[in-house]
Design a protein around this ligand. Structure first.
Ligand SMILES: *[C@@H]1O[C@H](CO)[C@@H](O)[C@H](O)[C@H]1NC(C)=O
Ligand SMILES: *[C@@H]1O[C@H](CO)[C@@H](O)[C@H](O)[C@H]1NC(C)=O
Ligand SMILES: *[C@@H]1O[C@H](CO)[C@@H](O)[C@H](O)[C@H]1NC(C)=O
Ligand SMILES: *[C@@H]1O[C@H](CO)[C@@H](O)[C@H](O)[C@H]1NC(C)=O
Ligand SMILES: *[C@@H]1O[C@H](CO)[C@@H](O)[C@H](O)[C@H]1NC(C)=O
Length: 267
């Protein structure tokens, strides 16, 4: 192989662009709405070669060896949904779409991003479950999903992510027990404290208190019911006693004395 051919082979992917990356970026652009024009230079022409000259011209896109390896688009008022085709950026290591207005579900297809190390989708309007399949991204060391509308249980399988050092699912609508293996990890030096889990009404178990939320509110309702029942019983009993006493006096003591004793019962 001649030197020229070798040089061409090295440069070709960067010049032509990777078709998977192009599909990934154009599909992301299609599914997001961009009211403030933060993605103004995300054009069809630039998708074709997103890593041209090894430095991307696209806002928020970082390339390495001619492939997209980092997508960082925080706080751009982006709305819309995350497309499953994002998984076509097969070399992606870091995905940050935090502090936007993105809704819909976290696509389970992200699990095919086998190099993904950082996933920051915090402060959006994402709903639905945390995909169990994310456990397949073995290099994940940051999962930040705080302040969304995610529901369902935290998948047990996430405890398999041995590199996980930051995990934040606070302020969502998650429910059920916190997976013990995730909370009491022995595989890693990092343990996750309550601040990773707070703000989910129906989530319980270490490092949060056991059986919070629902179980507690049922107890509270029963407690309030019993308490108020007892109180009204005591009140009506003493009212009856006072009345009996008063009528007893009126019956036995005629005239003014009876009226006075009626007003000021003798205890
Ligand atoms: C694309 O937009 C970003 C941010 O607005 C800017 O930094 C970058 O230089 C732009 N690239 C081109 C080719 O216009
Ligand atoms: C691109 O994304 C689609 C939708 O998720 C998927 O079916 C397809 O297999 C992906 N292609 C690659 C190369 O990852
Ligand atoms: C995720 O993004 C938010 C907002 O951009 C930032 O404050 C937070 O520190 C990021 N999370 C991690 C773990 O870096
Ligand atoms: C998890 O760790 C906490 C604190 O060390 C402990 O109280 C709790 O019993 C542990 N749970 C399990 C199931 O090991
Ligand atoms: C929880 O851990 C983080 C670091 O992982 C720390 O910054 C924070 O202060 C801790 N919070 C509590 C309540 O211990």
């Amino acid at each position: 192989m001649s030197l020229a051919a070798a040089v061409l082979l090295v440069l070709l992917p960067a010049v032509l662009g990777d078709p998977d990356d192009a599909r990934c970026l154009s599909s992301l652009h299609r599914s997001l709405s961009d009211p403030t024009g933060g993605l103004h230079n995300w054009t069809k022409a630039s998708f074709a070669a997103p890593c041209e000259g090894f430095i991307s011209q696209l806002q928020g896109v970082t390339c390495n060896n001619g492939r997209v390896y980092k997508l960082s688009l925080p706080a751009l008022s982006l709305a819309g949904a995350i497309p499953g085709e994002l998984s076509n950026c097969t070399n992606l290591q870091s995905l940050d779409l935090s502090s936007n207005a993105i809704s819909g579900q976290i696509p389970p297809e992200l699990s095919s991003l086998l190099n993904l190390a950082v996933l920051n989708l915090s402060s959006n309007r994402l709903s639905g479950p945390i995909p169990r399949a994310l456990a397949a991204c073995a290099y994940l060391n940051v999962i930040d999903l705080h302040s969304n509308l995610l529901s369902g249980q935290i998948p047990d399988d996430l405890a398999l992510l041995v590199r996980l050092s930051t995990f934040d699912v606070s302020y969502n609508r998650l429910s059920g027990p916190i997976p013990v293996l995730l909370a009491n990890r022995t595989t890693s030096t990092s343990r996750f404290n309550a601040s990773s889990f707070v703000g989910n009404k129906d989530l319980y178990g270490y490092p949060l208190p056991p059986m919070r939320g629902h179980a507690l509110s049922v107890l509270a309702i029963v407690g309030i019911g019993l308490g108020s029942g007892l109180l009204s019983l005591v009140l009506s009993f003493s009212a009856v006693c006072l009345w009996l006493r008063a009528t007893d006096r009126t019956a036995t003591m005629p005239g003014e004395e009876a009226k006075i004793s009626h007003l000021m019962p003798d205890y």
